[in-house]
Design a protein around this ligand. Structure first.
Ligand code: AGP
Length: 605
């Protein structure tokens, strides 16, 4: 988490930095700051607690610079306040540093080298910038040598993306990374650094990758790259086609509602992209690599993990290959006995999740084949996996993931059909995916068109309770997990997704008068059982609600959703749950898009 932006050259830096920070606010929003230098002997450091708007309000017309660095923070070390906000700076106010990540051995470094230094902040970052200053002032190293020495002293398990400025070389930004994302942006007469391409897209669409353990020196007209052991590197820039206007909120009060509404058009776009004539258009090399697999391991976190659960049964049904789904932060440190020919599928909207990347690093060490299914082309997980499939969802800005979930499941289904067809599995050959996805696009639209009714249900049932449950069986349970995550993360209602048959084995003790229990019912085999489980909670005072496929519906069901193929019901049953979460949060007057304590891109382990 945390967003970094920097610029040096022939343009006024303040507005570029603020614009970049606004585009990066999804990465963290508890405090923000900039350091700018006018390359004429004047410099400015401004930091504020809270949102970028607070920082922007604190910058007056006198603040001018041609170079600068900026940061929006998601706190790891030290509470969110102005002192702990970045840039952190050295005691003599010569060096300024912004950082995303965690320095694992910062306490040891402080103890060993900086016992006599007075620290202003509680951050691990300040140790790094004070240490650079120590090596420059006490041991007369030049800035680059001092920074390289510090980088070599940082424990390799640490994660960092750094941008550092030295007021005595005001046109230069020193950049380094390990595990955390960072990109160089190349423009005409000025160059940039940023946590992602979107943060620089208003200035340039030409970028250069940085690998782990590289030091990059960014000047207005030149960028040099070298490894920590001082080998010069040459790298070709690449361009990114990105529509910056796609990040506009338009008439919507919050991005989340816009993104929920966009799901029907994302489905249609995926059909055009991957299924123009009905047969999936998927890279032959990818399919050939997957043909050798005896087990598919799907890896993800949060919503992406839930999208994997929905995909698991599609892969097994259409390809006949055993498929398992794993939470990345667990799999990285304790995984099951692996099969002889594993194939790894990484699901990640951002393509930057540190927990998932940790698994990919290990997978690459073993040279196991891998695919990333992501929304962000050239993201870290996309670059480092053998293959990438894009989910074409357009930028997802709200912290609560919605359209990425449905798009990930749709791409899993497309891939499963392609692989199944290659294996000549008749279930895959017969599966009418193109028409099903088109049908689903219409179904999603019908649900979002009826959002007023869902808003009223949220106001009636979910505004007051502290606890709520989503329940279901099989794939409906996997949707219950995602539905509960949506509700808890933006409305702060303590909500759990539960296997409906499991409630009576303990959790039913939590049911009180008016506790909402929402049943998801889309599968013929288990519909009756889930209804019985709902009734068991109703007998104990619960307020029961249902999200039910039309052909299984009864008179007093709460929300009836269009019928779709049983393998694909998560694409449609999640939509009312997304809207229930949205309207509950809205009704409480919360910031729907930026819930407390969270960030969109989780780049620390
Ligand atoms: C869900 O609403 C969250 N934004 C979160 O669970 C997210 O899905 C998770 O952090 C994984 O992110 P990724 O898909 O970008 O890897």
């Amino acid at each position: 988490m945390c967003g970094i932006i920097g610029v040096t050259g022939n343009k006024r830096s303040v507005s570029i930095l603020i614009n970049g920070l606004k585009r990066l606010e999804y990465r963290g929003y508890d405090s923000a700051g900039i350091y700018v230098n006018d390359m004429n002997g004047h410099d400015y450091l401004i930091k504020r607690k809270g949102r970028i708007s607070n920082l922007e309000a604190a910058i007056n017309d006198n603040v001018n610079g041609m170079s600068g660095i900026g940061h929006t923070r998601w706190a790891t070390h030290g509470e969110p306040n102005e002192v702990n906000a970045h840039p952190q700076y050295s005691a003599d106010e010569r060096f300024y540093l912004v950082h995303n990540g965690v320095i694992e051995n910062f306490k040891q470094l402080k103890q060993e080298y900086l016992q006599d230094v007075h620290f202003k902040s509680q951050t691990d970052t300040e140790v790094v910038v004070q240490l650079v200053d120590r090596f420059v002032t006490k041991y007369q190293m030049d800035t680059k040598t001092a920074l390289l020495k510090v980088l070599r002293l940082i424990n390799p398990d640490s994660s960092y993306a750094f941008a550092m400025m030295d007021r005595e070389q005001a046109d230069t930004i020193y950049v380094a990374k390990n595990k955390s994302p960072l990109l160089i942006g190349l423009a005409d007469g000025y160059n940039m650094v940023g946590s992602d391409a979107m943060s620089m897209i208003d200035e340039t669409n030409k970028f250069m990758e940085i690998d782990d353990h590289e030091l990059v020196i960014v000047k207005p007209d030149h960028v040099s790259i070298e490894s920590f052991d001082s080998n010069e590197k040459h790298r070709k820039p690449f361009t990114v086609d990105m529509d910056a206007s796609a990040t506009d909120k338009g008439p919507y009060p919050f991005y989340m509602l816009k993104e929920i509404d966009e799901q029907s058009s994302v489905m249609r776009k995926l059909v055009q992209h991957y299924l123009p004539d009905g047969d999936p258009v998927i890279d032959d090399d990818l399919l050939a690599a997957m043909m050798k697999a005896d087990h598919l391991y799907i890896i993800g976190a949060g919503t992406s993990y839930h999208a994997g659960l929905a995909g698991q049964r599609i892969f097994e049904a259409l390809t006949g290959i055993h498929t398992s789904v794993h939470i990345s932060s667990e799999f990285a440190y304790e995984h099951p006995l692996l099969s002889e020919h594993p194939f790894f599928i990484f699901l990640s909207q951002s393509g930057e999740t540190a927990d998932s990347r940790e698994v990919l690093v290990q997978v690459n060490k073993h040279k196991w084949p891998s695919l990333t299914i992501t929304n962000v082309d050239k993201s870290t997980l996309s670059r480092e996996a053998d293959y990438t499939l894009l989910i074409d969802a357009g930028p997802e800005i709200a912290v609560a993931s919605t359209k990425a979930y449905t798009a990930q499941i749709a791409v899993e289904a497309i891939l499963a059909k392609a692989l199944g067809q290659k294996k000549e599995i008749s279930a895959a050959e017969k599966f009418p995916l193109k028409s099903e996805l088109s049908n689903i696009a219409n179904g999603i639209q019908a649900i979002t068109d009826g959002k007023d009714k869902i808003a009223a249900i949220a106001a009636h049932y979910l505004a007051k309770p502290r606890n709520a449950f989503y329940i279901g069986r099989g794939v409906d349970w996997s949707v219950a997990l995602e539905a509960a995550l949506k509700l808890k993360e933006i409305s702060y209602v303590q909500s759990e997704g539960f296997a409906s048959g499991e409630l009576k084995h303990g959790t039913i003790a939590l049911i009180e008068n008016h506790t909402p229990v929402i049943g998801i019912i889309t599968q013929d085999r288990t519909a009756g059982l889930t209804r019985s489980n709902l009734e068991e909670t109703q007998s104990r005072g619960a307020a029961i609600l249902t999200i039910v496929s039309r052909h299984l519906s009864m008179d007093d069901d709460t929300i009836i959703i269009p019928d779709v193929n049983e393998l694909l019901t998560p694409l449609i049953s999640i939509v009312p749950a997304q809207l229930l979460a949205y309207y509950t949060s809205l009704g409480k007057g919360l910031d729907v898009d930026k819930p407390r304590n969270l960030a969109k891109s989780v780049t620390v382990q």
